[in-house]
Design a protein around this ligand. Structure first.
Ligand SMILES: [Zn+2]
Ligand SMILES: [Zn+2]
Length: 155
């Protein structure tokens, strides 16, 4: 799991994209790093508001965009519904509950689910060879009912 936590490194990543490390940006990143639940912007807003009461939802959205651009988080876009965010910047598989929307990391032991940072992903290499596309990213997700929703649907 690759999470960028050193303040100097966070600052360096932002500077590359022409941004500065501000109190708001650090608070948003720390809020996201404090959970493994892949929260949406509303959750992050509620969390950061406890520390910076005057912050607006708009600032949260803009900040998430900046942090994404600097490669400090990953955005999980679900089309019409709200995006969810992940402080783990390494591409990794997820499992999503189609009933309650819960998103968990999926610890697959397949060799293709893991690769060293900076090294071409095996799946992307295969996809590139098969299509002649220049592959820039991929997303591996599984869908189903989480244990909680499974047991309540069995009633
Ligand atoms: Zn569920
Ligand atoms: Zn994740």
């Amino acid at each position: 799991m690759q999470m960028i936590t050193e303040q100097e490194e966070i600052s360096r990543r932002l500077n590359i994209k022409g941004y500065r490390l501000t109190k708001q940006r650090l608070a948003v990143l720390k809020a996201l790093q404090s959970t493994k639940s892949h929260p949406d912007a509303n959750w992050i807003y509620e969390k950061v508001r406890k520390e910076i009461p005057h912050i607006s939802p708009g600032t949260i959205y803009r900040t998430l965009g900046v942090l994404k651009e600097a490669g400090l988080l990953r955005e999980l876009d679900y089309g019409s519904s709200l995006s969810h965010y992940d402080a783990n910047t390494e591409n990794h598989p997820h499992i999503v509950c189609t009933n309650c929307g819960r998103i968990d990391d999926l610890p697959l032991s397949l060799p293709l689910a893991h690769h060293a940072p900076g090294q071409a992903h095996k799946l992307e290499e295969q996809a590139s060879k098969a299509t002649d596309f220049l592959i820039t990213d991929h997303r591996l997700e599984f869908y189903g009912l989480c244990p909680h929703c499974r047991s309540s649907s069995a009633d």
